[in-house]
Design a protein around this ligand. Structure first.
Ligand SMILES: C[S@@+](CC[C@H](N)C(=O)[O-])C[C@H]1O[C@@H](n2cnc3c(N)ncnc32)[C@H](O)[C@@H]1O
Length: 214
C-alpha cells in the first residue's frame, strides 16, 4: 500500500487515492494510524475544503448553535474546527483511528471523543444528537452508504444530517438508492444533494447531502 515509503513532501495525491482501495475497516484504520502525523499537511496541499463546506451547509440548517452535534469520522478535528468556527459549542466526535483522535483532542473543541467504527455501530443512543455532520468519511475504502442509516439512528426526529460523499463513489455505490430506502422506511428524508468542491487541488468534487431524520 506504500504509504510508509512515500516521503513527507512526496505523493500526496497517491496517498489519498491509496486510501480509497482499503477493503476493511482494519486496513483503513492502519492507514490512518500512519497518515495522522502528516494528514493535515496533505489536506492543505490538496486544498481539502470539505470540512468548511459541510459545516457551512450544516449551519444553514441547524439554527441552534448550542445543539448537540456529532462529527462522525472527525479525524484530527478539521471538521470539528469548522463547526466551531460556525459557532457550534456542543460538538462530540467519533472516529476509527486512535491517532487521528489524539490529534482531535489536542484541539480542545470537542466535548467528548469516541473511538468507533460506524459500520459496527456508534456507541450512542437513538436520537442522542440534534444533528450530525460528516466530512471526508463517505468515500471509497472508508464508509459506504451502509453507514448512513447508523448516522440517522443517532439523530433525533427533525434533526439534520449533512455529509460529503466523494463524487467518484456516489453513483457507483448507489447512494441515491439508500436515500430512497431510508425515506420509504420512514427513517430519513433527502432534502438536497449538491455537487461542490471537495479536494480542490486533486480535482475531486463531492455531493453534499442533507437528510432530515424522521
Ligand atoms: C478524510 S478523513 C476526514 C477527517 C475529518 N472529518 C476532516 O474533515 O478532516 C476520514 C476519517 O474517517 C475515518 N473513518 C474511516 N472509516 C471509518 C469508520 N468505519 N468508522 C469511523 N470512522 C471512520 C478515518 O479514520 C478518518 O479519520
Amino acid at each position: 500500500m506504500g504509504m510508509a515509503g512515500e516521503g513527507e513532501s512526496g505523493d500526496t495525491r497517491g496517498r489519498i487515492l491509496s486510501l480509497y482501495e482499503c477493503e476493511t475497516p482494519a486496513q483503513t484504520r492502519a492507514k490512518y494510524e500512519e497518515w495522522a502525523r502528516i494528514y493535515e499537511d496533505d489536506m492543505a496541499k490538496s486544498e481539502y475544503v470539505s470540512a468548511a463546506v459541510a459545516a457551512e451547509i450544516f449551519a444553514r440548517h441547524c439554527a441552534d448553535r448550542a445543539a448537540r452535534v456529532l462529527d462522525a469520522g472527525c479525524g484530527t478535528g478539521l471538521s470539528g474546527l469548522a463547526l466551531a468556527q460556525e459557532g457550534f459549542s456542543a460538538i462530540d466526535g467519533a472516529d476509527l483511528s486512535p491517532e487521528m483522535l489524539r490529534r482531535a483532542e489536542q484541539k480542545n473543541i470537542y466535548r467528548k471523543l469516541a473511538e468507533a467504527d460506524i459500520l459496527a455501530g456508534l456507541p450512542f443512543a437513538d436520537g442522542e444528537y440534534a444533528g450530525a455532520m460528516s466530512a471526508g468519511m463517505f468515500t471509497g475504502g472508508h464508509v459506504g452508504p451502509e453507514g448512513v442509516g447508523e448516522l440517522a439512528r443517532v439523530v433525533c426526529a427533525g434533526g439534520f444530517l449533512v455529509f460529503s460523499v466523494n463524487e467518484l463513489f456516489y453513483e457507483k455505490m448507489e447512494y441515491p438508492k439508500t436515500f430512497a430506502r431510508l425515506q420509504s422506511e420512514g427513517k430519513a428524508k433527502l432534502l438536497s444533494a449538491e455537487k461542490k468542491p471537495y479536494l480542490a487541488g486533486v480535482g475531486i468534487a463531492a455531493y453534499y447531502v442533507v437528510l432530515e431524520s424522521a
